[in-house]
Design a protein around this ligand. Structure first.
Ligand code: UTP
Length: 291
């Protein structure tokens, strides 16, 4: 029996430099795709996978993320007064149970690994998921739920992985592949941002992970890796061989919303997946493309 997964860490302390000036006074994770901020997609996805406790690793200028999950009493009262039932029901359906979100500060963005280490007290002795809100996945079954299904069978660490163009391995954490069973891949090595000629495969880790708490001990070593940052990939690599370690070629498409083109593509794909918007979006897209 594996320990049930109930916790998720959401690292949101990055500077979001690729989205300046939008991210000057607003966190990147509050950027909306259609009508929902990135952080809300991540929380909804995690809750759908049975996660009940959240820890946001925040930094300066990130209070909008915390406020987003608060109850907006004045707004709710005004909506009720104006009989805006649908809007009110939407807000209420997304309300988080009291005490389910905690935050820690990463005072200096020293890397994703360092951000996760900042959540060590929250993690304690439990397995936990990590969701990077700037990675969005459009799928039939939410990506984290797909990982949880695997975790419940294999235990250990489970990463969402997807193929990238071989020339782009230097942008991602790349997996070395052992035994393959359908969509499930045994992870026998991990390298952060390898040059294409040194990459062990073209399967990259995306921003969805299930990890055992042991990773914190490796993160505590504070070794600097690619980009002189404390890399989560390097700490995960140290667990290989000690514990089951798998990658899942998940069903669905991933959008890198930390990148301008990826973000724009997500707007299109998510709006085309919405029955209330699909027709009008398809029509205007055709007009643009044909002009
Ligand atoms: P990115 O690599 O996208 O960095 O981080 P960034 O700072 O957010 O954006 P750019 O590259 O400057 O435009 C991936 C994820 O890791 C978090 C980010 O918030 C994002 O969710 N992160 C990164 C931290 O929480 N702390 C860090 O030190 C670095």
């Amino acid at each position: 029996m594996v320990k049930p997964l109930r916790k998720a860490v959401l690292p949101v302390a990055g500077l979001g430099t690729r989205f300046l000036p939008a991210t000057k006074a607003m966190p990147k994770e509050m950027l909306p795709v259609v009508d929902k901020p990135l952080i809300q997609y991540a929380v909804d996805e995690a809750r759908a996978a049975g996660i009940e406790q959240f820890c946001m690793v925040t930094g300066r200028g990130k209070t909008a993320l915390i406020d987003h999950f608060d109850i907006a009493f004045e707004l709710e009262a005004t909506l009720a007064e104006r009989n805006k039932r649908e809007a009110l029901a939407l807000l209420r359906s997304e309300a988080m149970p009291p005490g389910s979100i905690s935050t820690v500060r990463q005072q200096v963005p020293l890397g994703l690994g360092h951000a996760i280490w900042c959540a060590r007290t929250f993690i304690g002795e439990d397995p936990f998921a990590i969701l990077l809100p700037d990675d969005l996945v459009l799928s039939n079954t939410p990506c984290t739920e797909q990982l949880v299904k695997v975790y419940n069978e294999t235990g250990g660490n489970v990463l969402a992985i997807s193929e990238v163009p071989p020339a782009q391995t230097n942008r991602y954490g790349i997996v070395k592949v052992g035994e393959v069973k359908g969509d499930l891949v045994e992870v026998t090595g991990l390298v952060e941002k390898p040059a294409p000629e040194e990459a062990p495969s073209n399967l990259s880790v995306i921003g969805r992970y299930i990890l055992l708490p042991e990773v914190v001990a490796y993160l505590s070593q504070m070794e600097r890796g690619a980009g002189n940052e404390v890399q989560l990939t390097d700490a995960m690599a140290k667990m290989i061989g000690h514990t089951p370690f798998h990658g899942l070629k998940f069903e669905g498409k991933r959008f890198d919303c930390g990148d301008k083109v990826g973000f724009l593509e997500a707007q299109i794909a998510f709006s085309l997946a919405r029955p209330d918007l699909a027709d009008s979006v398809r029509t205007f897209l055709k007009n643009y493309v044909n002009s």
